[in-house]
Design a binder for this molecule. Structure first.
Ligand code: G16
Length: 576
């Protein structure tokens, strides 16, 4: 095996300085490159310190593009600006060139949000895209990195393809690379390179925001939004990009174009370590925004995650809109968004642990409702088949069939459209919603980085407990509340479009649902999620504090699972 320098020396250079790529480099396969809920996410050190680790995974992704199609293929590449992103992009360029991919479209300086990558893939009809992000996980040299493959629809690769990538990675003995090929990521325009035996290889650096902004102009009523944000009776907004990728998008679209003052947007310069913070838009990690909103100075607040696909919406005084309620409220007010007037509403969907708030709207408005496993990729098939227009997840994801990823800024403009139409506050809109549809009290407890063996054993024992014939019908009590188990199951999903089956998605007790699930996006140990959903339609009871309302169910869930005893934890890391 040659090291890179020896290999370069042994290979003839072409006239533009690119080493021919046909000569493969030897490597050894890794056994742990199985993509999770959304791509391969690991500590940066795993990518940096293991020889050829990143190269192997990139080669495995590119290997799923049919060799016969590569000379006509365009791939979109972009990331959330985190540490190691630029190194990874240079590797993608070198490996794509050596594998005969013809054309890469890359965001300037590598920056492109996950929804923007999805938008560009669709717009230019690329064969797919590679997104460099670990989403809401922390970044920096000791943080996380991630690589994710999206297909030509613009959506995350479905399990059939991620399994194929995994199989290739486990057997990989060599990869192809042009190690001398370097691109200038800062310069907008086309750079062409000669690669022997292939057509000239084109790398096109594009503005990170423009195509995405153009799409939003077509979806929303920009003059109405401009009036809301900068007209005579404008509202005050506070948008926190959390040093993630969405900063440049907020500045260009919300500030420059819709006229919101520059100081309404904070933390808008993407940083490699997200300023040392956790770029996760929830009540714990976006506490700065929550506290600022409590002052009452702002009417509307929102935070976004590292790659710009998640969002958290707050009203004046920090009124929190639970993500499961957020998608339900958007559905109930869908005519405020011009896009849906054009396309019609084909159906609604939510992931299984997401509360049933959306189901109530679907029922009332007689719309089709789909319940999928966790992971945005499951919505893509339904959208491609023309069955789904609007969907959301409890994990702060909201979006529609305008692209095939969840879309943080889209969700914020959707909410602002509702505010502009209804001329009410966020709190009034939500209270009105609960009066009309009833309220699903919802909470999620996250136990991050617990011991994997303990977490797996807990789930296994829960499965065994639930499959005992006497489990259904059992009564559990906490204080003066008692609940009878009506259903106990392990959620499985058969895709209504292609018939593919996803098993073992969750263990749960439905009806007043208590759900236990292991996260698929962590990078170390295991993260246990406990989800609780309880529906209330009595107007006297719908304004209670969810944590008070749900306390007995939390207590029962902890007793049944022995979660604290088994993990040695005394409480969750994050409560939503
Ligand atoms: C990803 C998926 C989401 C999913 C979330 C769940 O989000 O895109 O559809 O809801 O993971 O995460 P977990 O498995 O940890 O519960 P993201 O924003 O991390 O790409």
């Amino acid at each position: 095996q040659l090291n890179t320098a020896e290999w370069v020396a042994a290979c003839p250079l072409t006239q533009r300085g690119c080493v021919r790529g046909e000569l493969p480099l030897k490597t050894k396969p890794y056994a742990d490159q199985k993509p999770g809920t959304s791509g391969l996410r690991k500590r940066v050190t795993v990518f940096q310190q293991n020889q050829h680790y990143a190269e192997n995974f990139i080669q495995s992704i590119i290997s799923v593009v049919d060799p016969a199609e590569r000379q006509a293929a365009t791939l979109v590449v972009g990331g959330d600006g985190r540490f190691f992103m630029k190194d990874a992009i240079q590797l993608i360029v070198q490996i794509a060139a050596a594998n005969g991919i013809n054309h890469l479209v890359i965001g300037q300086n590598g920056i492109m949000s996950t929804p923007a990558v999805s938008c560009v893939i669709r717009k230019i009809k690329a064969v797919g895209g590679i997104i460099l992000t670990a989403s809401h996980n922390p970044g920096g040299p000791n943080g996380d990195f991630g690589i994710k493959y999206n297909i030509s629809s613009g959506g995350p690769a479905p399990e059939g393809i991620t399994n194929k990538i995994f199989e290739i990675s486990k057997a990989l003995q060599e990869y192809h690379i042009c190690p001398d090929l370097k691109v200038d990521l800062s310069k907008i325009g086309k750079q062409t390179f000669e690669v022997e035996t292939f057509k000239p290889f084109i790398v096109e650096i594009v503005d990170s925001v423009e195509a995405y902004a153009e799409m939003l102009r077509d979806i929303f009523d920009f003059p109405a939004l401009k009036n809301l944000l900068s007209g005579p009776n404008h509202i005050n907004v506070r948008l926190d990009a959390m040093h993630g990728v969405v900063g440049p998008y907020i500045r260009k679209i919300v500030c420059e174009e819709l006229g919101s003052p520059a100081n309404s947007a904070v933390n808008c310069v993407p940083q490699e370590d997200f300023g040392g913070h956790h770029p996760d838009p929830n009540l714990t990690y976006a506490a700065d925004l929550v506290n600022t909103m409590k002052s009452g100075e702002y009417d509307f607040g929102a935070a976004f995650d590292g790659d710009g696909d998640r969002n958290m919406v707050l009203g004046k005084h920090g009124f929190f809109v639970n993500p499961s309620d957020s998608v339900a409220a958007i559905a109930a007010n869908i005519t405020s968004i011009p896009y849906f007037k054009k396309t019609g509403v084909k159906g609604l969907a939510r992931s299984m642990p997401t509360s049933g708030a959306l189901d109530n709207v679907a029922k009332a408005l007689q719309m089709e409702l789909y319940e999928t496993p966790t992971g945005w990729k499951f919505f893509g098939n339904l959208m491609d088949a023309g069955k789904l227009s609007l969907c959301g997840e409890e994990s702060f994801g909201t979006g529609s069939d305008h692209i095939r990823e969840k879309d943080g800024l889209w969700a914020v403009l959707a909410w602002l459209s509702i505010l502009a139409t209804r001329k009410q506050s966020v709190e009034e809109i939500m209270k009105n919603h609960w009066q009309t549809f009833g309220r699903n009290f919802f909470t999620r407890y996250d136990y991050e980085e617990v011991d994997s063996d303990a977490a797996n054993k807990m789930i296994k024992d829960l499965e065994a407990q639930m499959s005992e014939p006497s489990f259904v019908g059992k009564t559990f009590s906490s204080g003066d509340k008692s609940y009878v188990v009506a259903v106990a199951d392990n959620f499985a999903y058969t895709d209504p479009v292609d018939g593919s089956v996803s098993k073992n998605q969750v263990n749960g007790m439905h009806t007043c649902e208590i759900i236990f699930r292991l996260s698929g996006t962590g990078s170390a140990g295991a993260t246990i999620r406990l989800y609780i959903d309880s529906y209330e339609k009595d107007p006297q009871k719908i304004y209670q504090d969810p944590q008070v309302m749900l306390a007995p169910l939390v207590d029962i869930a902890l007793k049944v699972s022995q979660l604290h005893e088994r993990t040695g934890r005394t409480g969750p890391t994050v409560i939503t």
